[in-house]
Structure formats: C-alpha cells, structure tokens
Design a protein around this ligand. Structure first.
Ligand SMILES: Cc1cc2nc3c(=O)[nH]c(=O)nc-3n(C[C@H](O)[C@H](O)[C@H](O)COP(=O)(O)OP(=O)(O)OC[C@H]3O[C@@H](n4cnc5c(N)ncnc54)[C@H](O)[C@@H]3O)c2cc1C
Length: 509
C-alpha cells in the first residue's frame, strides 16, 4: 500500500525544506524525500578533514537572497553577520580595499589606484542606481510573479534600460574606465554563470547578486550554511513533517487524481508534488525531455589553514581576507578566461575569489582550533565549465587547482601551501569540487549551482503562470532553485511553490 500525503517534496535542499515547512504550518500532511543521507543539498556544513573539527560550508557559503520575511514567517533562529570589508583586490604589490559602507577609506583606495576621482564617483553613482532598482523589485519576490510591464513601471524606463535592456558590459563602460574596477563590479554578473559581460545571462546574474532584501548585502551565516538546514529540520520535525533521507526518487507520475512517487524504498501517493530537485532531474523522473541549460562553470575549494598568509601589498591579512578577495578578476582577465574556456581550454589565468569565514564567525571551529589561530578559506573559481573536465577529469582538476593557487601565490609572501593545516593522516586540508562532482554528490545538472539558467524575476506579459513554479501537470510544481525566482540560497522558490501548491490543494480533492 502506498503511503498518502497531501504534499511530497522531492529533494531536501533548503528550498524543499522551506516549502515543506510552509505547507505543514498550513496544516498539510507533508513528506520530504531526500536521496542523500543528509538533508541540505548545496547548503550543508561538514567536517571535511579527518581529525579537524572545522564545520565548513562545503558548497554555498554567503547569504544575501534569503528574505527576512521567510525567517520571520517560519520563526527560525538563523542569523547572519555583516562583514566590514566588502572586497580586497590585490594588483601587483598594491591593492584596492572597499568597505561594505562606501566610506573615505574606500574612496581613497580607489582614487589612489585609479589615479583620479572618476572611478569612485562612478562607483557611488552606479550602486546608488542599482540600489533603487533592488529596493523596488525585492518586495515582489514572495508575491505572485509580476509581469515585465509591471516591473518596468515600478523601476522606471531609465533604470530598466540600464540594467535590463543594455548589456552589462555597456552599462559598466558608462560608469567605469579602469579595467580592474570594472572587473570587481562585473564579478557579480558571473558568479555561477558561464557568460561574457556582453551576454544577457550576465545582466540576470548581476541583478540576483544585488537584489537580496533590497540591499544585496552578502552576509556570513553564523555556524556555517548548515545551520540554516539544522533550523529548518528542527522546525519540520516539530510540524510532524516526514523526513525520509536515503530515499532516492526514481519516478514521478501524475495519475490524474493524485501523483504517484516511486522511491528506492517504497511508493507514495500525494495530492501534489513539489520538486526540490532540479527541473532537469524532474524531467527525467516524469519521462519528459530535460531542459537545456548552461554548464556549471565553477570549481569550489575549501581549506583549513594554521595561519593566514601575509600579503606582498602589506595589508593586514585579517582585513584582506575578511571580505571577498578577488584574484585576477579584472574585466579583461574575466573576458579572456571566458573566451579560452568557451574554446575548450583551461584559461591560462584563472579568475577566482575567496573569503575567510572564521574572521567573521569563528564558531565553526572547535575551541582548540580557535586558540591555535586556525582559519578557513573558501575559494570560488570562475570560468571553469563542466566541459573542461569531461575528459581526463582528475588530471584537469589538478591542473586548474595548481593554476589557481599559483595565481593566488603571486600576491602572497607566504605561499598558501605553507599555511595549510594537516589532517589526521598528515594530508593538507584542501578539498576541491568540480562541476562533475557537484552533479554526482548533490544532483546539480552539469554542476550548475542554480539548477539551470537564471531568469529575470518576472514574466512576459502573456505568461499565464501565477508563481513561476508551475509545470505542465497541475499537481506538480518546481520548488527548487530552477523555478523562475530560484537560484542561490533564498528559499524564495520553496515559498513560491508552497503558495502555488496550497492554492491548488484548496481547489482539488
Ligand atoms: C559550490 C557552490 C557555491 C555556492 N555558493 C553560494 C553562495 O555563497 N550563496 C548563495 O546564495 N548561493 C550559492 N550557491 C547556490 C545555492 O547553494 C543553490 O542555488 C541552492 O542552495 C539550491 O538550493 P535548492 O534547495 O533549490 O537545491 P539543492 O540544494 O540542490 O537541493 C536539491 C536536493 O535534491 C536532492 N535530490 C536530487 N535528486 C533527487 C532524487 N531523485 N530523489 C531524492 N532527492 C533528490 C539532492 O540530493 C539535494 O539534496 C552555491 C552553490 C554551489 C554548488
């Protein structure tokens, strides 16, 4: 006999868990089926190295997109901390320091580097305009999907043209002349997206990086990203959600009056199903053709260090590494790397960025490690698409890692290798995840961290979808990052899918 539920969530990432909590709070009988032994998907924290008690945010690591409203609705105790430093960009033996609040120190740093005041002026103008766009669009994210005409009216024609119609490359040219400064701004258009600054995908990715809670501030999750999952699981348990780990879903079938979900252990029946997995996985489970999307294009590295390396520029490493540390991310370096990677070659100079979680939140380390001065480093490597690793995976992975570390070492007095802690077996504490490994471990299609191509958070004027989570089956919804307003650690698609499912549940048997 199949077990019956009002709603089954396939995939227990943070979005799936958020959808489950909203539905259970509304009194529905809910189950979450997760193929892995741990819930959380791309939002897990782990002790990645034997004998080293450091809870690393293994995949995602910073939070901006998660609306405060979701935290308030679910009353979970998930906290994030601001970083004083927004970014540090080493260039030769000097560097650019930009604080989160654009202050005199940031202005002086940019002026000194650029040799004029135009770049800092451009910075302030550009981000002021983007802030207006973000402030106006962010409040729409948990409501039914607006149309593009509605958003255009909300932001006005000028901002619409600047951030939606014009390629990001052109808008950046309007405000900045310096290649390095332009690159610092551009990175937000490329994180998780394999695109040139001239492509629409960069505009979309950029908007997502700046829109969170109307301010786009990237904060450090206290206790690591896994603490979000811990909170959601605890709420789900208290709401009597059935949480079934190690339950691989192999088939989803809309049977007309219910949905049948087959798993590795047994069959289930549900009035509605929310796919917390990717649209690609959902299509395979329903027997449809999977959508085509961009390759995931990043390598993720996690390290534990015995000490922070000193920098050639002389800046205090505790300042340089507490914000986002940009490595070889000038505009031209980003464009060159994209062109090389698109041609199937590992870029000669590989752009990357990183930050040190423990400078803001040491609680992810054991007391002993804290006392010993240990730190963590999280590196996000750009323009390394899955296609580069299809052949000779392991050799190419080593080559990319070597090149990235060499790139970083150019700016350091102490080579990063000399700072790595050793695990119980005496091996350096560094782990590297390619797009292929992300697909194997947590089901991201071709390692795409957003489950597919990001879309602008609105719909065309003739699109009949209400929430952007609908599929061709009236009983099946997309609730993971691949929904229209998914992507990133936001919970928005989970909430959107739960709202759509609740409406449907009120209409059907
Ligand atoms: C390396 C990396 C760094 C990132 N950094 C950031 C960041 O700093 N900030 C940010 O906002 N975003 C970041 N992201 C993106 C963000 O983590 C994801 O977009 C988001 O977490 C996706 O959440 P989700 O709940 O929709 O899906 P997922 O977290 O992908 O969860 C989907 C779940 O479905 C399960 N599943 C799949 N198939 C099946 C099946 N057949 N049966 C049962 N279960 C199944 C998977 O095991 C997984 O647990 C990063 C992602 C990666 C990979």
């Amino acid at each position: 006999m199949a077990e019956n539920f009002d709603a089954i969530i396939v995939g227990g990432g943070h979005n799936g868990l958020i959808a489950a909590c909203y539905l259970a709070k509304a009194g529905k009988k809910v189950a979450v089926l997760e193929k892995n032994s741990e819930f959380g998907g791309a939002t897990t924290s782990v002790n990645a190295f034997s004998g080293i008690s450091a809870k690393l945010s293994r995949y995602s690591y910073l939070v901006a997109l998660l609306p405060d409203q979701i935290i308030a609705d679910l009353q979970i105790n998930f906290k994030t901390l601001s970083r004083k430093v927004s970014s540090y960009t080493p260039v030769a033996d000097t560097g650019i320091l930009i604080n989160r609040t654009f202050d005199d120190e940031s202005r002086t740093s940019i002026d000194m580097f650029a040799g004029n005041t135009n770049e800092a002026d451009g910075w302030q103008k550009f981000y002021r305009r983007m802030a207006i766009f973000a402030e106006r669009v962010a409040p729409t994210m948990l409501k039914p999907l607006p149309t593009e005409s509605e958003i255009r009216e909300l932001v006005g024609d000028d901002l619409w043209d600047e951030f939606v119609v014009e390629p990001l490359s052109k808008t950046l040219d309007k405000y900045f002349a310096n290649d390095v400064i332009k690159g610092i701004v551009l990175t937000d258009g490329l994180i998780g997206t394999f695109a040139s600054a001239t492509e629409r995908a960069a505009n979309i990715c950029f908007l997502y990086h700046l829109i969170g809670n109307g301010i786009g501030e990237w904060k450090v999750p206290v206790g690591g990203m896994g603490s979000l999952v811990t909170e959601l699981l605890s709420l789900a348990r208290s709401l009597e959600v059935s949480l079934l780990a190690e339950t691989y879903v192999s088939k989803i079938m809309d049977a007309g009056d219910c949905v049948i979900v087959e798993s590795s252990s047994k069959s289930f029946k549900a009035r509605v199903v929310i796919a917390g997995c990717s649209p690609h996985t959902l299509a395979k489970l329903t027997g449809d053709t999977p959508p085509k999307s961009l390759d995931g294009s990043q390598l993720k590295m996690n390290m534990v260090l015995t000490k922070l390396p000193r920098l050639k520029s002389g800046i205090d490493p505790r300042v340089a590494f507490s914000g986002t540390f940009h490595i070889d991310e000038s505009y031209q370096q980003l464009e060159d790397a994209f062109i090389e990677a698109k041609a199937g070659e590992i870029p000669g100079v590989i752009p990357a960025e990183m930050y040190c979680h423990t400078l803001t939140d040491p609680s992810i380390l054991s007391e002993d490690l804290q006392k010993a001065g240990a730190q963590t480093l999280t590196v996000f490597v750009l323009h390394t698409p899955a296609a580069l690793f299809d052949d000779n995976h392991d050799a190419r992975k080593s080559l990319v890692a070597k090149r990235v570390l060499a790139g970083l070492n150019r700016y350091l007095i102490d080579p990063i290798e000399s700072c790595l802690a050793l695990d119980a077996a005496g091996k350096p504490c560094i782990e590297i995840k390619t797009p292929q490994e992300l697909e194997r471990e947590i089901g991201l299609p071709r390692g795409n961290i957003f489950h597919g191509d990001l879309e602008f958070p609105w719909k065309t004027n003739d699109d009949p979808r209400k929430w952007g989570t609908e599929t061709k089956s009236p009983r099946i919804f997309i609730g993971g990052a691949g929904a229209v307003r998914g992507g990133g650690v936001s919970g928005i698609s989970g909430q959107n899918a739960a709202m759509a499912a609740l409406e449907r549940l009120s209409e059907i048997k």
